[in-house]
Every structure is written in structure tokens, then in C-alpha cells.
Design a protein around this ligand. Structure first.
Ligand code: GAR
Length: 215
């Protein structure tokens, strides 16, 4: 057991960004609630010229989220829409929809967005909303997916990029990475390794979904 290759990951489909060049710059609207490392990976891929896209606006629902600092570093415009200031999930989604439409957003990217999406946004961006979840779906849906995997004592978990749907973490899967669990893993060590794979697959899955939608 001492030889577990902690950095091993199996990615499917086994492609990277260079395999999915986009002919046209896609306009991505980001939804983020937390540290924003996935947003950072997407913004870095754009900056490196590997992902042919722009981020006209990033919406965050938490006033003190670290993603706001990251966005400032990349020069991405941000809009704070604090969910506490809205009467319902639908009202929040109406405001998100209006903001994204105003900025010409074509695809919605949920990069650590910790709110349940409603029909309002799903209908506004039908088949154009992608989410990342830290498990191999359909296992361990919902909150605390990493803790769920550790409690279940599975040997492999990972991450999935999928289309958003009304049922949480249940839409069509675009790309997955499998990450082995080491015997001494904690939620923190495992999350760090899963996130390394999230940063690898998310930009590629975005390109893949956009390319497939335009074929
Ligand atoms: C990511 O690990 C993502 O998979 C998870 O939140 C983290 C956000 O990290 N998303 C969910 O659990 C959604 N149910 P980040 O803010 O550093 O990108």
C-alpha cells in the first residue's frame, strides 16, 4: 500500500485542450461561491491562448469569497449577487439571467457554485450550463461529496463535469477524472488531488461541450 501513486488519475475522454480547438471565441459567464481555483484554471487557459473564450462577467454570491480577489488579478469583471438579498431561488436566477444576457454570455460555467439552480436559469440557457462536482457521478451527489466518498470507503473517487439539470448533479456527463484514495487520506488531502484534476478537465470539458453543440 505504500506505493500508491498519489498523482495518478484516469481521464475520460482522454483528450486535452489542444485536441479541441474552438473556431470562435465563446463568451463564458462564471458562477462561483468559493476560492475560485476552477475559475482560475479556466482564466489561465484563456490567458495562455489554449481556450478560445472570454469571460465578460463572473457572478459571486458571497461578499468575502476568495474568487473575487482572483478575478481582480485576471481583470475579470465581477458582479456580487448575494443570495440572502433575494426572496427566492428563482429571484436570484432572474438576476443572474439578466446580468449574463446584458454581458452577451453564451455559456454558463458553475465553478464551485453552491446554490441550487432553478428552471429560470435552466430555460434561459438550455443545454448551455456546465457544473463541476467532486465525485464520479452518479456516486456521491450533493454536498460534502468528498466526505461521502471517504465514509463509503471506496478506493477511487474523482470529479465530473456535467450539464446542469433540475435534479442536482444529474445532467449529462461531459468528462470525468478518477482519483485513487490513499489509506491515510483526509478530506483536505483528497480534495487537493481531486482539484488538481478538476483544473485539468474543466477547461477541456468546456471546449468539448461547445464544440459538440456547434457540430
Ligand atoms: C470544487 O472542488 C468543486 O468540485 C466543488 O466546489 C469546489 C470549488 O472549488 N463543487 C461542488 O461541490 C458543487 N456541488 P473552487 O472554488 O476552488 O473552484
Amino acid at each position: 500500500m505504500g506505493n500508491v501513486d498519489r498523482d495518478f488519475a484516469l481521464i475520460s475522454p482522454n483528450i486535452s485542450l489542444v485536441d479541441v480547438p474552438l473556431p470562435r471565441r465563446a463568451k463564458l459567464g462564471i458562477l462561483a461561491s468559493g476560492s475560485g481555483s476552477n475559475y482560475g484554471a479556466i482564466a489561465a487557459a484563456i490567458e495562455a491562448g489554449e481556450l478560445n473564450a472570454d469571460i465578460p462577467v463572473l457572478i459571486c454570491n458571497k461578499p468575502r469569497a476568495k474568487v473575487l480577489e482572483r478575478a481582480a488579478k485576471f481583470g475579470t469583471k465581477t458582479q456580487l449577487l448575494n443570495h440572502r438579498e433575494f426572496d427566492s431561488r428563482e429571484a436570484l436566477d432572474e438576476a443572474i439571467l439578466a446580468c449574463f444576457r446584458e454581458h452577451g454570455v453564451e455559456w454558463v460555467i458553475m465553478a464551485g457554485w453552491m446554490r441550487i439552480v432553478t428552471d429560470v436559469l435552466l430555460k434561459g440557457y438550455e443545454n448551455r450550463i456546465l457544473n463541476i462536482h467532486p465525485s464520479i457521478l452518479p456516486s456521491f451527489k450533493g454536498i460534502r461529496a468528498i466526505e461521502q466518498a471517504l465514509a463509503a470507503q471506496v478506493k477511487v473517487t474523482g470529479c465530473s463535469v456535467h450539464f446542469a439539470s433540475l435534479e442536482v448533479d444529474s445532467g449529462e456527463i461531459v468528462m470525468q477524472a478518477a482519483v485513487p484514495i490513499a489509506p491515510n487520506d483526509t478530506a483536505e488531502t483528497l480534495h487537493a488531488r481531486i482539484q488538481a484534476q478538476e483544473h485539468r478537465i474543466f477547461p477541456t470539458a468546456i471546449a468539448l461541450a461547445i464544440r459538440d453543440s456547434e457540430q
